[in-house]
Design a protein around this ligand. Structure first.
Ligand code: LLP
Length: 433
């Protein structure tokens, strides 16, 4: 049976363990559905980026954790301890980071449509950087920074216009896309010119994001080349030299054994070599490099545990195995047909000879977790584990059908502790007047 990651194992009872803790024990202790996060794995992932980015790109280059992938207070404490910065994309993510005591000067405030209130909230909170998506937000940001008597540090988001060949819905670097200002059409140059003219904005550099779940550096290198050419043009036209290049999201993770195994340090090294060579060639001073990994920090540190409700064979078609969660805690199959590995957490040594579809409990035929799954034939009350659910599961969860969001439990050093409590029915009606 494919375990995908080195923090997963099988114990003498034939149960799946995560970070050395028995998954069936966790399901019994905390109930299901349950998100389990391996804190040690998260720290290990953070260090892959912090250490290698500083070594390869130079002092001051570092990763910012992309909170959109997973956002709750306890996680920000881990991210802070690991010396990372963080990007927030909404006032809610900003609030969560601040509530966790995350230093505001280490926050980068993203968003392609920051409202006036968002902008004021960000400035009032003292966020380190705004990542301005387009010229619409420059006037108000400049005016409000002036009112507060500060010069707000800003990165400008531009679109390099490349296709990173990832899923269409998460392919964000193309010209025709709602994020950033495209280089190709000349809009990015006008955006930079306008930004540089704002007296209360301290323009530090550029940001791009080419997509998510990317496994090699080739699209990053292409985007860097385009950005560097752009930066050179701006330097010669406007005399502005960028101190920072923010290359956006991190690398992909394995959801199934068919996904490639990626060597993050080797990729960072190769990307740094490419960048250094390109900068030397055109005599552009090497900028500080930021990246914004989310998925590759928390994705493989998480799994979800479910209890089986039963097996329903539809004769002549297939067998559905129902679980006590679904698209409410993991909408990624319904949205993207995303791959996942499903394991029988309590029967890891049994022969897997039963092919089935894992269905959730929502009133929609699209509420599936995965199709064509092979398991030992499940029975009511068995525990199933879905791997690699640390990123974009809890953060994309919903209360559809008025289902409660699951709890998150963290494991570390063989111990476990609750990190987010399970929602209650009272939570569900808490905002109803
Ligand atoms: N920075 C920016 C500006 C982004 O838009 C994203 C992801 C990231 C960083 C983090 O990228 P990562 O390292 O996680 O690949 N809901 C989709 C993913 C959407 C990602 C959008 N942006 C999914 O479940 O696959």
């Amino acid at each position: 049976m494919e375990l995908l990651y080195d923090n997963l194992a099988i114990n003498e009872a034939g149960h799946l363990t995560v970070g050395g803790v028995d998954a069936v024990y966790l399901a019994e202790k905390y109930g299901t559905p349950l998100y389990v996060l391996d804190e040690d794995k998260i720290r290990q992932n953070c260090r892959l980026y912090t250490k290698n980015m500083a070594e390869q790109f130079g002092e001051g280059s570092l990763p910012l954790f992309a909170g959109k992938s997973l956002c709750f207070k306890g996680l920000y404490r881990v991210i802070e301890e690991e010396g990372m910065c963080a990007d927030v994309v909404s006032p809610g993510e900003l609030y969560t980071a601040l509530a966790a005591g995350f230093p505001p000067e280490r926050l980068f405030f993203h968003g392609n449509n920051k409202t006036d209130e968002d902008i004021r909230y960000g400035v009032d909170s003292g966020v380190g950087y705004f990542v301005a998506d387009n010229y619409n937000e420059l006037d108000i940001l400049n005016a409000y920074a002036g009112e507060k008597g500060i010069r707000q540090k800003v990165l400008l988001r531009v679109t390099p216009g490349i296709d990173s060949h990832t899923l269409e819905a998460i392919n964000t670097g193309k010209v025709d896309c709602q994020f950033g200002s495209p280089i190709e059409t000349g809009q990015a140059a006008r955006f930079v010119k306008k930004a540089l003219a704002k007296e209360n904005l301290d323009i530090q550099g550029y940001h791009f994001h080419i997509g998510s779940q990317i496994f090699d550096i080739e699209p990053f290198c292409r985007a860097v080349n385009i950005l560097l050419n752009f930066a050179l043009e701006i330097r010669s036209e406007l005399g502005f030299t960028a101190r920072i290049f923010n290359l956006g999201g991190g690398f992909g993770v394995r959801y199934a054994d068919s996904d490639p195994q990626i060597d993050i340090p080797a990729n960072i090294r190769a990307l740094a070599e490419h960048l250094k060579e390109a900068c030397t060639k055109c005599q552009y001073p090497l900028p500080r490099i930021y990246m914004e990994p989310g998925r590759s920090i928390v994705g493989n540190a998480g799994l979800t545990l479910y209890t089986v409700g039963g097996v329903k064979p539809i004769e002549g078609y297939r067998s559905y195995v129902t679980v006590d969660g679904g698209m409410t805690d993991n909408p990624r199959y319904a949205l993207y047909k995303a791959k996942y590995t499903v394991l029988p957490a309590g029967l890891m040594n049994d022969a897997a000879d039963f092919t089935c579809t894992i269905a959730g409990r929502c009133c929609e035929s699209g509420d599936l977790i995965q199709e064509h799954v092979t398991l030992p034939e499940p029975h009511r009350s068995d525990i199933l584990a879905v791997l690699t659910t640390g990123a974009y599961n809890f953060s994309m969860s919903s209360n559809y059908n008025r289902l409660c969001r699951p709890a998150i439990v963290m494991v570390s050093g063989g111990q476990n502790r609750p990190a987010v409590r399970r929602q209650t029915f009272e939570d569900l009606v808490a905002c109803d007047l």
